[in-house]
Design a protein around this ligand. Structure first.
Ligand code: NAP
Length: 371
């Protein structure tokens, strides 16, 4: 039987949280332990609209108590709930976690990181006032790293930003003549379409619109339109051609112009997206998760502005020789100025085969270093 210290329980909560995918909602894990540190239940947040990690762990424990008399005999008031992020105190698509913790009769809470959001924060104070023994924020390093970029995005009042890059083995995003459809395999493209289905908006540059004429829709494996579609956004000064495929995007009302931000500045794109009335997918009131799909010039601009929170790299086992660099225009003149990334363990690990390709999941090394 496993007996955990507070630190070990929080490490386990982080590991559970990392099974999730990044996006508009933070990765959160929770672990319930008995007074002697015995592991009782593990929970995690599984995505928008589903149980929060605390409620997930408490539900797992409740299910265990129905079948296991030993678990049923444990007094909840003597148990500790360890959570990587302060429990929320508001009713969103699910009820407040503070209510779930109190209803379960849990006596002690340890949380690692304070919730930075105005709407959800304050859970620790509510539970203290309700008589629980509350410790936190403990500053547990793994928990801080889990949500570093999500908290930074929240603090800046901007969406969480995912960037996508499909490249050859020799780091090209297109062949010398500009052709890039398709460098990567159907398996990689299916993954990329699943990501499109999770986000609220997709940004591409005018160069990509003119070279590839992308539809910017999320599509299922059989090519049919997914039920939820991201809002297409174009940045750059050149005009979107009258016959561009994205003008027929299902997120646009009949006759509605795509959101075209005539700027090279990612901050201006964020401002335009924030001012856009929507409608936004996923039942959200605004854009909370943004995907940058390139091309190489646009990707460099978002990376240079430190506005990419995670990077999905799809690498095909192909050489393109004198092709277009996958990221074009980053001001790196010497190794000391290299833009470094670190493996992201979320979503099942940082490296995965996708058909013949390799998917690499990264997050900025700068954020990890600062925590
Ligand atoms: N493999 C992949 O993942 C992938 C993805 C997308 C595209 N591609 C390939 O990439 C190629 C196009 O490359 P690209 O770099 O031209 O595409 P891009 O990054 O989509 O567009 C670049 C253009 O956008 C405008 N722009 C927007 N922000 C800018 C900024 N911060 N700095 C400078 N210009 C900015 C400029 O045009 P204006 O003059 O209009 O302002 C610029 O020429 C195509 O061959 C396409 O097939 C590959």
């Amino acid at each position: 039987m496993e007996h955990l210290t507070d630190e070990a329980a929080m490490d386990l909560a982080v590991a559970a949280a990392l099974e999730g995918v990044r996006g508009a909602n933070p990765l959160v894990g929770a672990v319930l332990t008995a007074p002697d540190g015995q592991l009782l239940a593990v929970g995690r947040h599984r995505g928008a609209g589903t149980l929060h990690a605390e409620a997930d762990a408490l539900a797992a424990w409740a299910a265990l108590r129905e079948t296991d008399p030993q678990a049923a005999a444990v007094d909840p008031a003597a148990c500790t709930l360890h959570v990587t992020l302060e429990p929320c105190d508001h009713t969103g698509r699910t009820g407040p976690c503070t209510g779930a913790v109190r209803a379960a009769g849990i006596g002690r809470l340890v949380y690692a990181v304070a919730d930075p959001t105005g709407t959800s924060g304050g859970g620790a104070q509510t539970l203290r006032a309700a008589g629980l023994d509350v410790s936190g924020p403990t500053g547990h390093a793994g928990s801080l790293a889990l949500t570093d970029r999500w908290r930074r995005a929240r603090a800046a009042g901007r969406p969480f930003v995912t960037a996508h890059l499909a490249q050859s083995l020799d780091g090209c995003a297109a062949a010398a003549d500009g052709t890039s459809q398709w460098i990567t395999s159907p398996a990689s493209r299916a993954h990329a379409h699943a990501v499109r289905g999770r986000v609220d908006a997709i940004v591409v540059g005018t160069g990509t619109v003119l070279a590839d004429d992308p539809r910017l829709t999320a599509r299922d494996d059989d090519g049919s339109l997914a039920s939820v579609q991201p809002v297409p956004v174009v940045m750059g000064h050149r005009r979107i051609p009258a016959g561009a495929a994205l003008r027929g995007h299902p997120a646009l009302a009949a006759g509605e112009e795509p959101l075209h931000v005539r700027s090279h500045d990612p901050a201006e794109v964020l401002a335009a997206i924030a001012a856009h009335p929507g409608p936004w997918p996923h039942g959200r009131g605004g854009c909370e998760h943004l995907l940058i799909e390139g091309g190489p010039t646009v990707l460099a601009a978002w990376i240079a502005a430190d506005l990419v929170d995670e990077l999905h790299v799809y690498t095909a086992p192909t050489f393109l020789g004198a092709g277009l660099p996958a990221v074009s225009g980053l001001a790196v003149d010497t190794l000391a100025h290299a833009v470094r990334w670190t493996p992201d363990s979320a979503e099942g690990g940082p490296v995965r085969p996708l058909g013949p390709d390799t998917w690499t999941h990264l997050r900025p090394a700068t954020a990890a270093g600062k925590e």
